[in-house]
Write a protein that binds this ligand. Structure first.
Ligand SMILES: NC(=O)c1ccc[n+]([C@@H]2O[C@H](COP(=O)([O-])OP(=O)(O)OC[C@H]3O[C@@H](n4cnc5c(N)ncnc54)[C@H](O)[C@@H]3O)[C@@H](O)[C@H]2O)c1
Length: 260
């Protein structure tokens, strides 16, 4: 028996990284999953690999019309909808004083507007299904500062804020809403060399390992599957009495100030 037997869940940004691992784990736990992303080729290939329990749709999370189409696609394919993992996100590094407004707003559009539109689009469906779960992906920089991340940190703090409000409004409808706050996780977002055929991946990965060995109490960068397991917990009945909370999954990075 899977922890998500009978459930139908939309996962955004599911073509790679944490979203991909969430899709794999959710299907393994019995869910049927609608994968959304803007990387159509990768998303289609993953859905094909996952088989009958998965479908892919082009879903740019910042576009209202894409959300309407994704909700319809989930209902058509799987005859229902009772979960959402808002995972899609982008990161731009820049000093506050050098950040162009256009860049700031582009990050807001995906990370913040995307999560808002997703919750707003699925909540009525979850209510009609008699309840459900929403898991939003924030970040440890929603809870702590980090230089060069003005736009990103702002949007992730907004995600935690919206999670609390949505949890309060949706609780009477049987919908639980929580947020994940990952630290550094080994995906193309933290290690872009993974996407660059010309890069020396071994060298880039060694530099990443060296960095996080020092910074993180558990001594390493996180794996996307470790975030997926938190998403599973927050989407399953194992978390039946939990709503409105941010959950840090960071190897202890935020636990305190390192002196070694
Ligand atoms: N990797 C980390 O260290 C880390 C830490 C904290 C939080 N996060 C968050 O975790 C989530 C997943 O990131 P990841 O590490 O897997 O990165 P990733 O870059 O590998 O994956 C992000 C996915 O989102 C998709 N995406 C981007 N813009 C989109 C849009 N407009 N509509 C739909 N999909 C879109 C991308 O195509 C990609 O598949 C993000 O919200 C990110 O901010 C990541």
């Amino acid at each position: 028996m899977g922890k998500l037997d009978g459930r139908v869940v939309i996962i955004t940004g599911a073509a790679r990284g944490q979203g991909e691992q969430e899709a794999r784990l959710f299907v393994a736990e019995g869910a049927r999953v609608l994968l959304g992303d803007v990387l159509d080729e990768q998303g289609e290939a993953l859905a094909k690999e996952l088989g009958e329990a998965a479908r892919y749709v082009h879903l740019d999370v910042g576009r209202e019309e894409d959300w309407a189409a994704a909700v319809s696609a989930a209902k058509d394919a799987f005859d229902g909808l009772d979960g959402l993992v808002n995972n899609a996100g982008i990161l731009r590094f820049n000093e506050l004083v050098s950040t162009p407004l256009e860049e700031y707003l582009a990050v807001v559009q995906v990370n913040q507007v995307g999560a808002f539109l997703g919750m707003r689009a699925v909540a009525p469906e979850l209510e009609a299904a008699g309840g459900g779960t929403i898991v939003n992906t924030a970040s440890y920089v929603a809870l702590s500062g980090m230089a060069f991340l003005t736009s990103y940190a702002a949007t992730k703090a907004a995600v935690v804020g919206m999670t609390r409000v949505a949890a309060m409004e949706l609780a009477p409808k049987g919908i639980r809403v929580n947020a994940m706050c990952p630290g550094a996780v080994d995906t193309p977002m933290t290690n872009p060399a993974q996407l660059d055929p010309g890069a020396d991946l071994a060298e880039a990965s060694a530099a990443v390992d060296e960095l996080y060995k020092k910074l993180v109490p558990l001594g390493r960068i996180g794996k996307p599957g470790e975030v997926a397991r938190l998403a599973l917990f927050l989407s399953s009945d194992d978390s039946s009495y939990i709503t409105g909370q941010p959950f840090v999954v960071d190897g202890g990075w935020l636990a305190g100030v390192s002196v070694f």
